[in-house]
Design a protein. Structure first.
Lengths: 118, 107
């Protein structure tokens, strides 16, 4: 069965960076992409971007351009999302999800809480 | 960006009730609309794509309809496991955008 397992919770200081991992199993990793979606406490869902696991092409949300980098390691079927220059409003649960074309996430990881606090 | 709105923002219903949630897009999105269910502390779960197609394994009590700018999600007979927050999402154009959610709780 399709599974996406994310790395554990992180606490970071403002200005720091965080890198969240998402290990996929149960399907051919390079046949799909990975979308990243975040959810601030008590808030709705925000699409952050998408990466093709086939060729590494990316699409990022405009508001995160320059601060976010998404990568994949096909040897381990793992996707990564790095967010830099963290601010308090980056505090959120970050989700990865299998997504063929970057528009319709289907299978989701369990989420990773990133807390940004001084 | 395309703005998505949902109504109501919350509703209270009883087990066995038929529930309908509305989602509206700020411009036409054809049928490029998905619905997600999220329970507290859990990841979203994909229910419907292409406005009316059920994801594999999703029970037929869930149904979706609509095209253009107006869409609905219907739960035919609400069960205890259906109490959750429901989000719509358009994927007609980048960036994909979500509605603010509709919380369904127990009356």
């Amino acid at each position: 069965q399709v599974q996406l397992v994310q790395s554990g919770a992180e606490v970071k200081k403002p200005g720091a960076s965080v890198k969240v991992s998402c290990k996929a199993s149960g399907y051919t990793f390079t046949s799909y992409g990975i979308s990243w979606v975040r959810q601030a406490p008590g808030q709705g869902l925000e699409w952050m971007g998408w990466i093709s696991a086939y060729n590494g092409n990316t699409n990022y949300a405009q508001k995160l351009q320059g601060r976010v980098t998404m990568t994949t390691d096909t040897s381990t079927s793992t996707a990564y999302m790095e967010l830099r220059s963290l601010r308090s409003d980056d505090t959120a649960v970050y989700y990865c999800a299998r997504d063929y074309s970057g528009s319709n996430p289907t299978y989701w990881g369990q989420g990773t809480l990133v807390t940004v606090s001084s | 960006d395309i703005q998505m709105t949902q109504s109501p923002s919350s509703l209270s219903a009883s087990v066995g009730d038929r529930v309908t949630i509305t989602c509206r897009a700020s411009q036409g999105i054809s049928n490029y609309l998905a619905w997600f269910q999220q329970k507290p502390g859990k990841a979203p779960k994909s229910l419907i794509y292409a406005a009316s197609s059920l994801q594999s394994g999703v029970p037929s009590k869930f149904s979706g309809s609509g095209s253009g700018t107006d869409f609905t999600l219907t739960i035919s007979s609400l069960q205890p496991e259906d109490f959750a927050t429901y989000y719509c999402q358009q994927y007609n154009s980048y960036p994909p955008t979500f509605g603010p959610g509709t919380k369904v709780d127990i009356k």
